[in-house]
Ligand binder design. Structure first.
Ligand code: PLP
Length: 439
């Protein structure tokens, strides 16, 4: 940020390949609770939990202690050769939180890696089930699954895809439901409508490319960065599940952003009563203390790999199941339970929503608030005769005023797709919500 001076001891030449090489970033030197402090002592209220990852706030001693203890005990043991107690324990706890049938947990480091693994596992499952043609992944526009090439191919973030489009896999995409309520726009979901038939579009894709070629469908249950906390019609995911069942398509639900309580349930699929074949997770599992991600896999897939693939998933990462990251995850999961974090999400999510609704009633440039739990969002509206503001510019202003939000531009039509995601640490209290809304 331009108004923040570099620290006196900063090197003359900066060797970091920053996200933006032209930008001057504030230097984060300390963090505590929901605040990050820069080298000038300025406090930033972290209203986006970093990238919706620092879900437990900063400086949780128990998590730091668990990581240090694990680093001394066994810092690294390759999962090709060993398992570790912390891996077994963490997998068990994650399986316990997941919908019934999803009982086996595969670990990776980042969300993109988790989704790559899920797409490959779906393919291997079909191959080993005697369906060798199935290889395509159907994704959705207005969805994000990561920046690696497979995940980017399945995702629909036009901005992130454009430069790399010749390198992407030719996966089909369907539209993701727009803002609730959807009854008026999708005839398949209940009431008459003339506009968009989301389920029908998926059916058309299946008919066009052939179910025998489709391996998986991937979506976020509640869309995060791409649409800014858009909740679909209550029946949408169930109808997707039916289509997947009918056509032997693996349903992958990406809960990298929503997993571990963000929306007021352990997993966002619980809002819709749907059991996917694979849930991917990341971010919140460690509260951002270490990179840990993975997938939770349904028994019907695991059984095939066990019986027909000699038990071997033909995939792997060096840092799968890294003990120190797992120690962070294990301690974070303890913290979630011991501190009733889910209950706090429900209570503070309700309070934040009320405050934002009040603000929206007074702010013509703020669209209706949407989302669940502490994953809320709204569009930045265009007001006649006044200058457009992008969500990025809005966030820069907010940072100057001491708060960090998560800017996004989900829809393809530019300025009207500007939105803001609000996703503070799940441990936030009223006093900080009040300050955030003021800012
Ligand atoms: N999936 C979703 C829904 C995400 O929000 C993200 C990151 O924002 C990813 C996947 C990619 O995760 P990562 O950046 O850890 O690779």
């Amino acid at each position: 940020m331009s108004n923040v001076a570099a620290p006196a001891e900063a090197p003359v030449r900066d060797h970091v390949f920053h996200r933006n090489l032209l930008k001057k970033y504030p230097v984060a030197v300390r963090a505590a609770g929901v605040y990050i402090f820069d080298s000038d002592g300025k406090a930033y209220l972290d209203a986006s939990s970093g990238a919706v990852a620092a879900n437990l706030g900063h400086g949780v001693q128990e998590i730091v202690d668990a990581m240090a203890a694990q680093a001394i005990q066994v810092a690294f043991a390759h999962t090709v050769r060993f398992e570790t107690p912390v891996m077994v324990e963490t997998a068990g706890r994650i399986a316990d939180l997941s919908p019934d049938g999803l009982e086996t947990v595969y670990f990776a480091s980042g969300g993109s890696e988790a989704n790559e693994a899920a797409m490959k596992l779906a393919r291997q499952f079909h191959l080993d089930s005697g369906r060798p043609g199935k290889h395509l992944v159907v994704g959705r526009w207005q969805s994000y699954h990561g920046n690696t090439l497979g995940a980017l191919s399945a995702g629909g973030d036009v901005g992130r895809r454009t430069s790399f489009s010749p390198m992407l896999a030719p996966y089909p995409h369907v539209s993701a439901p727009e803002n609730e309520p959807l009854e008026s726009v999708c005839p398949h979901l209940g009431s008459p409508g003339e506009q968009f038939d989301y389920i029908g579009e998926f059916e058309q894709v299946i008919a066009r490319v052939g179910a025998e070629n489709i391996s998986a469908f991937i979506c976020e249950a509640i869309v995060g960065s791409q649409q800014g906390a858009v909740v679909p019609h209550p029946k949408y995911l169930g109808r997707v599940r039916e289509l997947c069942d009918r056509h032997d398509i693996v349903l992958i639900v990406d809960e990298v952003m929503t997993g571990f309580g963000r929306t007021g349930k352990n997993f966002a699929v619980e809002h819709f009563g749907v059991t996917p074949d694979i849930i991917t997770f990341g971010k919140g599992v460690t509260g951002g203390y270490a990179p840990l991600s993975g997938m939770i896999v349904h028994d019907r897939i695991v059984d095939v790999i066990r019986e027909r693939s000699d038990g071997v998933f033909r995939h792997g990462y060096t840092y799968s199941g890294h003990p120190v990251c797992l120690a962070a995850g294990n301690a974070a999961l303890t913290y979630y339970t011991d501190n009733s974090v889910l209950e706090n999400v429900v209570a503070q999510g309700r309070y934040l929503r009320e405050k934002l609704d009040e603000l929206q009633a007074r702010q013509p440039r703020m669209g209706p608030v949407r989302g669940r739990g502490l994953l809320l969002g709204f569009d930045l509206l265009d007001v006649r005769g006044r200058r457009h503001i992008t969500s990025e510019a809005f966030n820069e202003m907010a940072m100057q005023n001491g708060a960090i939000f998560y800017p996004g531009k989900g829809r393809i039509d530019g300025i009207r797709g500007q939105h803001l995601l609000i996703a503070p640490p799940l441990t936030i209290q009223r006093v900080d919500i009040d300050l955030m809304v003021d800012i």
